[in-house]
Design a protein around this ligand. Structure first.
Ligand code: NCD
Length: 307
């Protein structure tokens, strides 16, 4: 992709159809990490980015906003758009997007409905970045997840990756699995019976476990997730919780160079006692969100989607 996004909107990781698209982005993110802040490029100078969030967020919104500021842009931000935008008066998402398109050069959208980012993109020429659409996708999280693996392990091919927790409603997992399918990896899913990966995402042999069993010592990456209680039908919550916990009993069986990841927020699935373990990478992963989102914004601008 040579530093240029081959598409204007970032709706789904299915848009990334080859490794070179990803690895160009990773090289840019890596380069940004090596620069002192005063040397960051300022391609967003004179541009306005809107962060329109209809669902709670800490990392995604703040790292996107930090990325915009670091690249010289300015922000319009609606943090609780369900209450503090005209959505509460009954305005449709489409109308809101049409209006915000008159004010902003890029719109970053988080919304509780699957397909919301695609609907938004269909009514505007302003680039839309999906920051999470319900239980659908979270493509920029998956980009930073794969970047973190690439950075810490030096490769993605050949890795044995365990996905743990709520694989049914966890949108980070949906986007991640699609990106991992570009590589030669072995995927092991550790998941309660009711929270299995959607069958449409299973395009390679995947092994399912309901406990750590004997496979934990073989894993190179353990990607933990929380149970998405807010998305589960009420009658499923008690069957799904608590999910598997990565406690000291489990981590003593992991490889010495395993990488423990989590998109955060965590609940009880990773006790704080694990945080000082040298394999715990989740706060590093969250920090990488800044650089990957900076790189993504840079690539969108270089792609000429905004004047
Ligand atoms: C995730 C999300 O919003 O889907 N959080 C994040 O963006 N890092 C994960 C989650 O909420 O469980």
């Amino acid at each position: 992709m040579n530093g240029v996004m081959p598409f204007k909107n970032v709706i789904s990781t299915q848009q990334f159809s080859n490794r070179s698209d990803l690895e160009d982005l990773f090289e840019s993110a890596h380069l940004l990490k090596t620069l002192p802040a005063w040397q960051y490029p300022r391609p967003l100078s004179g541009k306005i980015v809107a962060t329109l969030f209809y669902e709670p967020s800490t990392r995604t919104r703040l790292s996107f906003e930090a990325a915009v500021i670091r690249l010289g842009g300015q922000l319009l931000s609606t943090e609780s758009a369900s209450q503090f935008s005209s959505a509460i008066k009954g305005e449709t998402l489409e109308d809101t997007i049409r209006v915000v398109s008159g004010y902003a050069d890029i719109i970053i959208l988080r919304h509780p409905e699957i397909g919301a980012a695609e609907r938004a993109a269909s009514v505007t020429n302003v680039p839309i970045i999906n920051a999470g659409d319900g239980a659908g996708e979270h493509p920029t999280q998956a980009l930073l997840d794969v970047f973190t693996i690439w950075e810490l392990k030096g490769t993605i091919d050949g890795l044995h990756i365990g996905l743990v927790g709520d694989l049914k409603y966890g949108r980070t997992i949906h986007s991640l699995v699609t990106l991992l399918n570009l590589y030669d990896v072995t995927i092991a899913c550790f998941v309660p019976e009711t929270l299995q990966l959607p069958p449409a995402l299973i395009t390679r042999p995947v092994t399912f476990y309901d406990d750590w069993q004997d496979v934990a010592p073989q894993l190179d990456v353990i990607y933990m997730t929380r149970i998405q209680k807010e998305r589960l039908p009420a009658n499923e919550v008690s069957r799904a919780t608590p999910g598997l916990v990565l406690d000291n009993d489990v981590i003593k069986h992991l490889k010495s160079d395993a990488v423990i990841m989590h998109p955060l927020p965590r609940l009880g699935e990773i006790p704080p006692t694990i945080d000082t373990d040298h394999r715990a990478a989740y706060f590093h992963q969250a920090r990488n969100g800044l650089y990957v989102r900076m790189a993504l914004l840079q690539h969108i601008i270089k792609g000429g989607s905004i004047e």
